[in-house]
Ligand binder design. Structure first.
Ligand code: ARG
Length: 469
């Protein structure tokens, strides 16, 4: 790209010759770390304000530098951040532009600071924002899930294990399962945020500084809970980014599972859901097709997000204290994961909010597959005091008979049932409907509509919504 071939204007003092083209290219992080410009300006302003307050630089120089940083920020906002590989990164790009704007006083900004604590600070601020963004998006997804779950607290569908019909459940219950997953994801992000919210600024290159800085002041100015406590750790810790990526990876796995449900439900043999046109695509050859591409890409993106986590874990593995340039590679995976996650959350929120659930198809499917067989076994235990294992066996015979006749369990005659076990009487039919089955499962956290409504109401309260259930 651009730049002279002479020695670097920021650190070239001891060098006779300039870096090779390869060196300049492999060294440059500006193509991606320019995304940190807002954080870099904010941290520099907090730093210079503190330098002025502590008398480390004069009040006039501090004000000059601070105003100059505002000008640089305004330029970045209007024109974007220039990419000059000779200036390597956002930190030197900003300082160099500051020097052009205000002259030699700009050189005082880097007193008692190093790019090592600077980048650690900027990146923490960026990740903190990414967490806040994820939190907002996930809350919206929960709002959508809770709304649809409330609507469908009574809608019956087959519940699956091994993707085989197991027992009837309600759609509201199924959707609320994802509400719970997302609640845990939110708590993981919140936990990561709490842990990372300490300021590394003032740790300098690795050992701290002899200047009488006030790290508590800069920490407070940047919204941190306080300064970090070990300078070596501060410049080389990337746990905060890994914590974020771990939370993002786990969240993306949940989104991928939800996406997969929609993909299965939208397939013609299932036909449980009609996906919103706004989140589907057509086929260029098959005119009838409506493909769940957004859901498939959410499923695909989770693989990439997990890849981002793996990339940074492997980068960090085995690095000695303190800063090593490997750590410059921390940013691309985090940036990539954050944008993939934001898209995935938005896509699934739209999908949940706008999908048309085909409840009549779901209910019909719940009637198939002998989903109420467990209810027959439970009835035998309760009404005839038969041990569950024996009841299980009797029920198995009833299923076998129904299967051979091609009918549902409740379509077997009382004579048929009594031929299998004489202790069965006509009251059994009340237990064999899918409605009775879900209504019976009223244990805490069970699928009974009344339980689902209770949990929906709690969720609405937790989200600060008006209760409707
Ligand atoms: N661009 C660097 C990074 O992203 C900034 C820190 C450079 N520090 C150094 N000693 N070379 O990690």
């Amino acid at each position: 790209m651009s730049g002279n071939s002479g020695s670097n204007q920021m650190w070239g003092g001891r060098f006779a010759g300039g870096p090779s083209a390869i060196m300049r290219e492999i060294n440059a992080s500006i193509p991606f770390d320019k995304a940190l410009w807002r954080q870099d300006i904010a941290a520099s302003k907090a730093h210079v304000d503190m330098l002025g307050a502590q008398g480390i630089v004069s009040a006039e120089d501090a004000a000059l530098i601070s105003d100059g940083l505002d000008k640089v920020a305004a330029e970045y906002e209007a024109e974007g951040v220039p990419e000059n590989w000779d200036l390597e990164d956002i930190h030197m790009t900003t300082e160099s532009r500051l020097a052009e704007l205000i002259g030699p006083a700009a050189g005082r900004l880097h007193t008692a600071r190093s790019r090592n604590d600077q980048v650690a600070t900027d990146f923490r601020l960026w990740v903190r924002d990414a967490i806040d963004q994820a939190e907002l998006g996930l809350r919206q997804l929960q709002v959508a899930l809770v709304a649809r779950a409330g609507e469908h607290a009574d809608s019956i569908m087959p519940g699956f294990t091994h993707l085989q019909t197991a027992q009837p459940v309600t759609l509201g219950h199924h959707l609320m399962a994802y509400y719970e997953m997302i609640a845990r994801d939110r708590s993981r992000f919140a936990d990561a945020r709490r842990r990372m919210n300490r300021s590394p600024l003032g740790s300098a290159a690795l050992a701290g500084t002899g200047f009488p800085i006030d790290r508590f002041r800069t920490a407070a100015a940047l919204g941190f809970d306080g300064p970090t406590d070990n300078s070596l750790d501060s410049v080389s810790d990337r746990d905060f980014a890994l914590d974020y990526l771990m939370a993002a990876a786990q969240c993306s796995l949940h989104l991928s599972r939800l996406a997969e449900e929609f993909i299965i439900w939208a397939s013609q043999p299932f036909g449980f859901v009609t996906l919103p046109d706004s989140l589907s695509t057509g086929s260029s050859i098959m005119p009838q097709k409506k493909n769940p591409d957004a859901a498939e890409l959410v499923r695909g993106h989770s693989g990439r997000i997990v890849g981002c986590l793996t990339a940074l874990m492997i980068t960090m593995k085995g690095l000695p204290l303190a800063y090593s340039k490997d750590m410059q590679d921390d940013k691309p995976p985090v940036f990539e994961a954050a944008s993939l996650l934001a898209l995935s959350i938005a896509a699934m929120t739209g999908m949940v909010a706008e999908a048309k659930f085909r409840t009549e198809r779901m209910r019909a499917a719940a009637e198939l597959g002998y989903a109420t067989a467990t209810d027959l076994a439970d009835w035998l235990v309760r009404q005839a005091n038969i041990p569950f294992r024996e009841a299980h066996h009797i029920t198995g015979s009833a299923v076998k008979l129904a299967e051979s006749r091609g009918v549902a369990l409740d379509q077997l005659s009382l004579d048929d049932l009594q031929a299998i076990d004489p202790r069965i009487d006509e009251r059994v039919y009340a237990a064999l409907s899918v409605e009775a089955s879900v209504a019976a499962r009223c244990s805490h956290g069970g699928t009974a509509p009344e339980e689902v409504r209770k949990r929906v109401a709690e969720a609405q309260r937790a989200l600060g919504l008006e209760e409707t259930a």
